[in-house]
Ligand binder design. Structure first.
Ligand SMILES: Cc1ncc(COP(=O)(O)O)c(C=O)c1O
Length: 356
């Protein structure tokens, strides 16, 4: 099976497992797990922040960032393709008690003007705009890389209007290797930012959330309150440290593999790509012109041993990771091309009934 479903499907490598087995451990909840402390210090440094906290998941990083920086009844601003808006079981609403304002976008990127219009003036009757979030890279809309100047302009606007600025950096490091811009440069001036360990970095569990010391103190309170505090988490943190030492080149390889897939299927019949396609390790394309649902296209690929993900009715998402090498990408490209050709032929010769 060639698994392009998600970079969350990555499994720890033998080297990572060995590092986990050898980890020095203590009690994370009381701040005395040395390996977790080392990981947090390393990622705080990478992101240019004062402090960081180890979390079981990226979802908890987003939720805790919202909890710390809003009050119930506030509003947060995100893009309409974002993980916060589309998944996370509406945690922002259900647990933080905030309303979520999704800005309409094509590929997860909103503009400074959109942000400006969305921030509400103070009014007795309106929710208070409290936080704005940027997802770097965009997840459901094709791994698009936000431009640094736009991020900074949105950050500055948010601060000028009294909002906190947050980066969902699940795949921030994919943006770093794609653009050559350091993570700390992207994160500069943002109030909260996190990176995921369990995606392209290949760890089994974990994410690290960073900010000021005061932010992390409050984040810790919510982490504990929500049951996210751990004990001998050094076993997990060791995987993160191993990944930072050994898997950064893999992220570059993943980005290159997604670009390779894009090049190989760009002219396949009936597939439509956004102009931003192939910027990092995720490739999205529409199968709408083939006249079939994305789920049907994904199932047809699966029969041929290639697992991709249907996003909504029309979009297919293929994600490169350490689970798929270059030969696997080439095989996946051949399958995707041939399925697209089959559906396209069937459509044009009106033989589609059997294929659908
Ligand atoms: C952009 C983005 N944010 C947040 C998350 C949540 O991360 P986790 O699965 O670690 O909870 C994901 C996971 O896919 C994601 O892609």
């Amino acid at each position: 099976m060639i698994d392009l479903f998600s970079d969350t499907q990555t499994r720890p490598t033998p080297g990572m497992r060995a590092a986990m087995a050898a980890a020095e451990v203590g009690d994370e909840q009381s701040g005395s797990d040395p390996t977790t402390n080392a990981l947090c210090a390393r990622i705080a440094g990478l992101l240019g922040k004062e402090d960081a906290v180890f979390m079981p998941s990226g979802t908890l990083c987003n939720l805790v960032s919202i909890l710390v920086q809003t009050r119930p009844g506030d509003e947060i601003i995100v893009d309409d393709q974002s993980h916060i808006y589309n998944t996370e079981a509406a945690g922002a609403a259900a647990i933080a008690g905030v309303s979520v304002r999704p800005l309409p976008t094509r590929v997860g990127l909103y503009t400074l003007a959109q942000a400006g219009e969305a921030i509400r003036p103070m009014q007795r009757t309106a929710p208070r705009s409290a936080l704005i979030s940027i997802e770097q890279t965009t997840s459901f809309s094709g791994g698009t890389v936000w431009d640094l100047d736009t991020m900074r302009a949105i950050r500055d606007l948010a601060h000028a209007q009294g909002l906190a600025a947050h980066i969902d950096g699940a795949r921030l490091l994919n943006a770093v290797v794609a653009s050559g811009i350091p993570a700390a440069t992207y994160a500069d001036g943002f109030d909260s930012v996190w990176i995921d360990l369990s995606k392209g970095l290949g760890c089994p569990v974990g994410a690290v959330l960073a900010g000021t010391k005061a932010f992390v103190t409050e984040a810790w309170r919510w982490k504990y309150r929500l049951g996210g505090a751990m004990r001998q988490s050094g076993v997990l943190a060791a995987a993160g440290l191993y990944a930072l030492d050994n898997h950064m080149d893999q992220l570059a390889e993943d980005n290159a593999n997604a670009a390779r897939l894009h090049a190989a299927i760009a002219d396949a019949p009936g597939l439509a790509f956004d102009e931003t396609a192939g910027q990092s390790n995720i490739l999205c394309f529409s199968v709408a012109s083939l006249g079939i649902a994305a789920t049907a296209f994904a199932e047809a690929c699966l029969v041929e041993g290639v697992r991709v993900r249907a996003i909504g009715r029309e979009q297919i998402r293929a994600t490169a990771s350490l689970e798929v090498d270059r030969a696997g990408i080439d095989r996946a490209a051949a399958v995707i091309r041939s399925r697209a050709a089959d559906y396209s032929d069937a459509r044009s010769s009106d033989k589609s009934a059997g294929l659908r």
